[in-house]
Design a protein around this ligand. Structure first.
Ligand code: HPA
Length: 270
């Protein structure tokens, strides 16, 4: 279905000593996680056909392969967003390439606004489900029956339970909830946030959901974690800005790193 991924995977294979087993996508402010990769081989997206060209400050634009917590990882430092192109399929080929290289699990991270007064900036939230408020799909235009992807348990429940247990052991407060995808790049209106809260959302953001959808099509197990950088529009008096997102994301990056390291160490070959 994503034929071009085969050639890009072959190109990457020539550069690395061992195939990755876990793929990760780092959101705004989380670039430091890629710097913790041991024996890193860093490849720039511009040299990898099908990989995105990120335009957001704080999103790196390279694929880092190596070891993290003893596991073979492929870390995408930066992602494509729907709002950059008006297309939701910007991550399809990159994720298909990582699948082709041998990854079976995908860990997605992002910066998000909170819809809950009790979960403020600096907190982590584990995503259990999503609401696609952008109303588009990364699978638009694909043919065949595989495109009718089942999204029940899209966020691997066993991995979620493991992360909750690990967060308790590590004493890292971990909220859990439903992520509502808005198209961006503008922030939401207070009325939209009111609607998202009524609908059962816990966090809002401009990414991740298209990646979850295509990852499920590819058969990857998916886990997603948000770093809460702000209370969503209308919930606090602080004005929303990308600078604020980056500041709080950087502050929460330490907890994210500790939790993900423990998760990788714990998750064996599943
Ligand atoms: N809305 C959408 N995306 C975001 C937000 C928000 O409040 N904060 C960080 N990313």
């Amino acid at each position: 279905m994503f034929e071009a991924a085969t050639a890009t995977a072959a190109l990457i294979r020539k550069e690395i000593p061992e195939a990755p087993e876990v793929a990760m996508v780092l959101g705004s402010g989380l670039g430091a996680i890629a710097e913790a990769v041991r024996q890193p081989v860093a490849l720039r997206y511009v040299d990898l056909p099908g990989f995105p060209e990120p335009t957001v400050a704080g999103h790196g634009g390279s694929l880092v392969l190596g070891r993290l917590a003893g596991r073979r990882v492929a870390v995408m430092q930066g992602r494509a967003h729907y709002y950059e192109s008006g297309r939701a399929d910007g991550m399809n080929l990159a994720l298909a390439t990582l699948k082709e290289l041998g990854c079976r699990r995908l860990i997605l991270t992002n910066a998000a606004g909170s819809l809950r007064d009790d979960v403020g900036p600096g907190r982590l939230m584990l995503l259990r489900d999503h609401i696609n408020f952008a109303g588009v799909s990364p699978l638009f235009g694909l043919a065949g029956n595989a495109r009718f992807v089942d999204l029940v348990d899209a966020y691997d429940p066993a991995a979620c339970d493991k992360l909750v247990a690990l967060s308790r052991q590590l004493d890292i407060p971990l909220a859990e909830g439903v992520y509502v995808w808005f198209c961006g790049p503008h922030f939401e209106t207070p009325a939209e946030i009111g609607a998202a809260r009524l609908l059962g959302g816990d966090a809002v953001g401009m990414s991740t959901v298209p990646e979850v959808i295509v990852a499920r099509l590819l058969g990857l197990k998916v886990t997603a974690l948000s770093m809460i950088t702000n209370l969503a529009a209308g919930m606090s008096t602080e004005p929303l800005s990308h600078a604020q997102t980056m500041q709080h994301a950087t502050a929460a990056a330490g907890d994210m790193m500790r939790l993900l390291t423990a998760f990788l160490e714990d998750s064996g070959d599943d």
